[in-house]
Design a protein around this ligand. Sequence first.
Ligand code: F6P
Length: 548
Amino acid sequence: MNVTTSPGPASGVWGKLQTQAARLAALPVRELFERDPRRFARLSRTAEGLLMDFSRQRLDASALAELLQLAEAVGLRERIDAMWRGEHINPTEDRAVLHIALRQPPGAALGGAAVEKLVMDERAHMLDFAAGVRGGTIRGSAGAPFTLVVNIGIGGSDLGPAMGVQALRAYTAGAPRCEFVSNIDGVHLAEVLEAADPRTTLFIVCSKTFTTLETQTNARSARAWLSARLGAAAVPAHFAAVSVNTRAMDEFGVHPQYRFQMWDWVGGRYSVWSSIGVTLAIAVGRDNFLEFLAGGHAIDAHFRSAPWQQNLPVLMGLTAVWNNNFLNLPTLAVLPYDDSLRRFPAYLQQLTMESNGKSVLLDGRPAECQTATVVWGEPANNAQHSFFQLLHQGTPRAALDFLLPARSSCGNQPQQNLAIASCLAQAEALMAGQSAGTVRAELERQQLPPARVAALVPHKVDPGSRPSTIVLFRQLDPATLGKLVALYEHSVFTQSVVWGIDAFDQWGVELGKKLTEQLAPAVEDPAAGHAAPAAVLELLATVAQWRG
Ligand code: F6P
């Protein structure tokens, strides 16, 4: 792939941004508010039903203008166009990157007419199946409708649909219960199967490659469980699958009508929009799944056409670069103020860190700056009572994204109002902080002895200037969820373009996979003298002793 622009520190504006950062690092953010009463208006943007408030970032108009110059300098427009043209912008796997084609409406011809036809045919097949399972017309081998759907997959074949079903729980009335099993240790599968009725249980094996150890292991265990109870002949009626690997799905015993296709131009962590989202479609129904796709498509159109100044994913991506590379804040805490989004931080971890956790440029040279933001997070009122202490006063510092719905997703607006108050209070406190003078005055008002006041002041000072973005939306509905996911996807892509890395491969996870396969026989039988490293064998000796 021919990338002619200079990424990262080699781009002309990098030095200017460092100067801007040095200037702003010396200014408390509250002072930026005092200097500019129109700061909120200047640094917030609304598009596609999302309001993004960047005013608590350590930014001003001049630094933002330079960041937009950075987008120009690295050729972001051309890279976006290349994605849309279906060019192989994932050069190490020699693949196009067309998850944007999965959420297109009919007639958009995104990815070309052939891709559009594949997507539309597959979408119709998957949605018909989902409607059949949801409506009870597709049934198990004994003729009973399914009451439990177990999605077996891991990484992108788990996190997207699992996060989506949790986020859109309010839309799942009338659907079978949906569970997601991913880990290899068998604990979760056992838990799910404990109370399951095999006659009414459908397994959906989601695996792009259909070779992933965790998924294959869980799928085989599930098949054995079902066969033991209903007989091997019942398997096809109880197993659906999604993969690029049709033959492997056949060999596993999946019903031919229940096999769904994906393509190598869809990365695992970008695949919830494909048939990998089948469990989500079963849970929320056809129309809501289409709304989810439409939300993603709305952000695609916005990303493609909005000027940088107004472009939400671009502004979000550039802000992440600013915090990471210029303000030395390499971690991002994602804090949803709607408990339904409790799996969203985990979803973003794969999206962000598997995409941008790279240290070489597209041309193979070492990256010249820090890449990939470390993402973490938790529904925020819980987080306020666990790790917010560190955010306020700890020495490690983080950037923050607050995700804030105006309306309750469960019909309890009075409690949602308290969540909103919590969010705004925290954003304000983390921005403005509390000076020694304010703390001292308050303690003196309490008439504490002077020595006690002096001792307490340093402990109660809150330095503030912790940069945050508030993403405000009306309500967590299917379209909004689609918008939020696409927003972060394109932000991650924007960051990768600035850094000059391939956001769509994941070679780093391969080594661990290979070693697991090599070590598995030695773990099974350490005494057999397998050619494992000595330190591993020594540890295994104790494992063997302790497991009995
Ligand atoms: O973790 C590596 C990875 O390849 C992810 O990119 C992917 O989402 C996951 O494994 C699962 O892969 P598959 O869908 O092929 O089972």
